[in-house]
Design a protein around this ligand. Structure first.
Ligand SMILES: Nc1ncnc2c1ncn2[C@@H]1O[C@H](COP(=O)(O)OP(=O)(O)O)[C@@H](O)[C@H]1O
Ligand SMILES: [Mg+2]
Length: 243
């Protein structure tokens, strides 16, 4: 369960208001798609949720834990895939994953998961290589595996599909779906409408830092001026600067 209340964040001493009074609840068992044009405030919101940025106002709770009271408690239950992989170039893939497993205190008997995930994402052969030799897509896959090692209650991904090859993208979508089916919470940002349409139970559209629509896809479509047959049309209408 993710609960954001009245969340705000500005940059440059208030000149750039990136996120404005954002309220949002995402229930366990749901895949939630956070949609919005470039610069809408998606990454800023996500960075606040995972504790990389401090909010100016508002509160963030995950499974009842408040980020300002127990930041470490939140980090333990989330798996985060950033928009740009945050890795250590001088480490080998296998050492990096072992390091992450140590940090999250993944017990020895569960470390088989490293091998299984690497196999799923076709990264097994590269695990002995230095991360500096990885392509962008390979780094992204390593980052996804690292986020899943401790089987997080809350899985948060920032533009995860961009840069993945078709097989990995398919596999990731399956993993996200399965994660939600296990009763966990999945939250991801995207501007790829087809992905959102196929994957999400609910979506929210953020524009200029404000949540301008949120709900199940079918419900949103009926709320709009015209009855739309695709999420893309709805998105274009709601984020049209000329209306
Ligand atoms: N570190 C930063 N310093 C100043 N402005 C920033 C910074 N990061 C993001 N912004 C601005 O905040 C707004 C929201 O950005 P961001 O959250 O990255 O949007 P999105 O992920 O939806 O593309 C944009 O106007 C962006 O230029
Ligand atoms: Mg972003």
């Amino acid at each position: 369960m993710i609960e954001l209340k009245n969340l705000s964040k500005s940059y440059q001493n208030g000149k750039v208001k990136a996120v404005r009074h954002l309220d949002l609840t995402v229930k366990p068992g749901d895949v939630f798609g956070f949609l919005g044009p470039n610069g809408a405030g998606k990454s800023t919101t996500i960075k606040m949720m995972v504790g990389l940025l401090q909010s100016d106002n508002g509160s963030i709770q995950m499974n009842g834990i408040d980020i300002s009271w127990d930041p470490l408690g939140i980090k333990k239950i989330i798996g985060y895939v950033p928009d740009e992989p945050i890795l250590y170039d001088k480490m080998r893939g296998s050492a990096f994953l072992a390091f992450i497993a140590d940090i999250f205190e993944v017990p020895g008997e569960k470390r088989e998961k490293i091998k299984n995930l690497a196999k799923d994402f076709e990264l097994s052969d590269a695990l002995d290589d230095l991360i500096s030799s990885y392509s962008h897509g390979m780094k992204q896959k390593l980052s996804i595996i690292a986020a899943l090692l401790h089987d997080p209650e809350i899985f948060i991904l920032d533009e995860p599909i961009v840069g993945l090859d078709p097989r990995s993208s398919f596999l990731l979508k399956e993993k996200m779906r399965r994660h939600a089916e296990e009763g966990k919470t999945v939250f991801f940002s995207t501007h790829v409408m087809e992905v959102a349409e196929k994957l999400c139970d609910r979506v929210g559209i953020i524009h200029h830092g404000r949540m301008i629509a949120v709900g199940p896809l079918e419900e949103l479509k009926t709320q709009s001026r015209n009855s739309h047959d695709s999420l893309e049309q709805l998105f274009l209408e709601l984020t049209d600067e000329n209306v």
